[in-house]
Design a protein around this ligand. Structure first.
Ligand code: SF4
Length: 323
C-alpha cells in the first residue's frame, strides 16, 4: 500500500506526524517533493480559475502523485483548537481533488473538528488506521509515535528553523546548525507556512534574505502559547486559523526590539489575505517597524522579488544609520 501526501498546504504543518503514522502501519509514504514549473502549470490549468495560488499548487502536487500511489491522504481539517477554523478552501480540498481531477486514486478524507468531539484528531487517525485494516493497538502505537515525531519537529521550529528545514532534520538526521547570527539584522517574514516555505512560489524569500546577511524569523518560530496570548486590536475577530496566527504573530514581532523589519508574504487570489494585509498595514502604521507587503502569484519572478527585497533591506539599513 502506497499513501500519497501532496507536498503543499498542510504538508508544512503536519507532514512529520503523518509520515510516521503511516510508516508505523507498514505502508509506504510517497510525497510529491518540491514544487516544479510543471506542477504550477498543471495546477493552473486544472484548478478553478478563481482559486488562490496555494490551492492551484496543491492540484499540481496531487497530479504528480496520481500514478505513483494507491491512495491519497487529504484529511478534511476543520478546526484544531476549538476556536478558529481553517479557510473554506481547506475544507473543500478532498472534494476538489476527487471531483476536479480525472482518474485520481481514492482519497482518505477523515474529518477533524475539535469543536465536535473530544480527541477528534485521535479519532480521525483511528478511523484512518481501521480503513487500512490495522488493529486498534497497532493504530494507537503508530499514533503515539507520530505525536513524538511531531513534537520533535515543533522543537526545531522553536529553535529558529523553518518547516522544510526541520522536516529534513527529523528524517534525514541532518545536524542542526545555528540559524540566528548575532550582530546581524533580523526580519520577520509573516504569512502562511505553505507560501513562505514553498521555495518555488515564494521565490525562496527566506534564503534570499539570509544570503543578504539577514536573520529570518517566521510565525512558526513563535511558541503556540505566545501566539495565543498575543493581543491584537483589529476590531474584528479573525476566525480563520492561519490568518489569526499571522495577525497575532505580526503584532508579536512588531513589539520586539530585535526585529528590524517585517515582510508580509501574501498569495494572489487569497480572500482572507485581502483583509489580513489591510489589518497589518493599519496596525503597523501606528508603529515604527519598517514594513513591506509582497504578493506572490504563479508568475512571480526572481528579478522582481529580488529587487524589492534589496530595496527594502537598503531602506532599513539607512533607517538604522539614521540617514
Ligand atoms: S487562506 Fe488564502 S491562500 Fe490559504 S487556502 Fe485559503 S484562500 Fe488560499
Amino acid at each position: 500500500m502506497r499513501i500519497g501526501i501532496p507536498g503543499a498546504l498542510f504538508y508544512f504543518v503536519y507532514y512529520p506526524m503523518w509520515k510516521v503514522f503511516f510508516e508505523e502501519l507498514e505502508t509506504e509514504v510517497i510525497t510529491s517533493g518540491k514544487t516544479t514549473r510543471e506542477m504550477v502549470d498543471n495546477g493552473v490549468r486544472e484548478a478553478l480559475a478563481d482559486a488562490c495560488v496555494p490551492v492551484k499548487l496543491f492540484f499540481g502536487h496531487a497530479m504528480a502523485l496520481k500514478d505513483k500511489v494507491d491512495q491519497l491522504f487529504i484529511p478534511r481539517i476543520v478546526c484544531m483548537n476549538s476556536k478558529t477554523v481553517y479557510c473554506p478552501k481547506f475544507l473543500g480540498l478532498p472534494d476538489m481533488i476527487r471531483h476536479g481531477l480525472p482518474d485520481m486514486p481514492p482519497v482518505i478524507d477523515v474529518r477533524i473538528d475539535t469543536r465536535d468531539k473530544r480527541f477528534a484528531a485521535l479519532r480521525a487517525f483511528m478511523a484512518t488506521g481501521h480503513m487500512l485494516k490495522k488493529s486498534t493497538p497497532a493504530v494507537l502505537g503508530a499514533y503515539a509515535k507520530s505525536r513524538v515525531t511531531q513534537m520533535k519537529f515543533y522543537r526545531l521550529l522553536r529553535s529558529g528553523f523553518q518547516p522544510a528545514e526541520a522536516i529534513d532534520m527529523v528524517f534525514n538526521r541532518i545536524k542542526a546548525k545555528p540559524v540566528i547570527t548575532t550582530g546581524q539584522m533580523t526580519f520577520a517574514v509573516v504569512g502562511y507556512p505553505y507560501i513562505i516555505n514553498d521555495q518555488y512560489i515564494s521565490v525562496d524569500v527566506v534564503n534570499k534574505l539570509r544570503r543578504m546577511g539577514i536573520n529570518v524569523l517566521t510565525p512558526d518560530n513563535i511558541s503556540p502559547l505566545s501566539v495565543a496570548m498575543q493581543h491584537y486590536d483589529s476590531g474584528k475577530r479573525m476566525f480563520w486559523t492561519f490568518s489569526d496566527k499571522v495577525l497575532r504573530a505580526t503584532r508579536y514581532f512588531a513589539d520586539r526590539k530585535n526585529i528590524d523589519g517585517i515582510i508580509h508574504l501574501s498569495a494572489f487570489g487569497c480572500g482572507p489575505d485581502s483583509i489580513v494585509d489591510r489589518f497589518i498595514h493599519m496596525d503597523n502604521s501606528r508603529r515604527s517597524v519598517p514594513f513591506m507587503s509582497l504578493t506572490i502569484d504563479e508568475h512571480s519572478g526572481e528579478a522582481g522579488i529580488g529587487t524589492r527585497l534589496e530595496a527594502f533591506v537598503d531602506m532599513v539599513k539607512r533607517k538604522k544609520r539614521g540617514e
